[in-house]
Design a protein around this ligand. Sequence first.
Ligand code: ZN
Ligand code: ZN
Length: 322
Amino acid sequence: MLHVYRLENPIPIPALKTLNTYLIPCGDRTLVIDPGMTVESASTVLEKIREEGLPGTITVLLTHFHVDHVAATPYLDPEEVYMHEADRNHVIRMVDEWPRALESMEDLFLKAGMPHGEASLLGKKHPAMSRIDVFRKLRNMGPRQAPPKLTVGSCELEIIHTPGHTPGSISIHIGGGRWIVGDTVLGDITPNIALINWETDPLGDYLGSLQRLLRVEPRIMYPGHRSVIGDPEERIKELILHHERRLREIIDILSSSPVQLNAYQIASRMTWDVAYSDWSDFPLSQKYFAVAEALSHLKYLVVRGLAGLSTRNGVYYFKPLV
Ligand SMILES: [Zn+2]
Ligand SMILES: [Zn+2]
């Protein structure tokens, strides 16, 4: 049975405060899952390795490409870095096609009905799009594809693809029904399901991933933030229910409107678990999250014939079909 250390690693995101970094001794090396966000995150990891007398040779495995999980990776000077092919390709494309990747995201937010002044600040205010430096460093480290069966030193890990939160999110079985799940399942936060490319269906992917996780009958889940989840089945079912309610809420918003609405207008009318009572008070980064989350639900409805889409002046407008 693999031994796992959970490290509450401080990160400079006030809403989250910490990231869970997991350390697993694997014979002659230490496996570090999600090193964190800053130089300080890396120091915290290295200190823990020294304190526990773990091997100094490091292999990094990333549950997904988000900045709070990956940015500290170069500072650990790992021998190898693994991530899922889909997230690896996403990072490579973003870097190699910069700034086209930024422009296509701006374009999507404009199609969502976001005012030009807000969409044009993506490169400065979006948590990922403003950190291309992080992705450049990660890309230069030559991350490898994490295969379904990954051997690291003496550790054998089973990896399943659980897309939705990102295209290449993974869940890692470390034996005994124990799963390290990144941000796919969180205990007291609802994972953000963002659509950032209209050709994709992240919510459909995500609900499929939750079903997949139910089928493996997890006993305990180690999430990317906050506490360990002792009853994963119950939490997964809550998340499924949350999105069903969200879809219903959007259909209700569409049905009660005399005119067709765009994603930006819909996001402004949805209920958000945030400290701001009014949409106009949302910081831009929160608006980006909210609009991308509204888009993932709208795309889900459109794909399944539950909402209709028409384009007017380059903006997508939606109507209910149920
Ligand atoms: Zn994430
Ligand atoms: Zn995270």
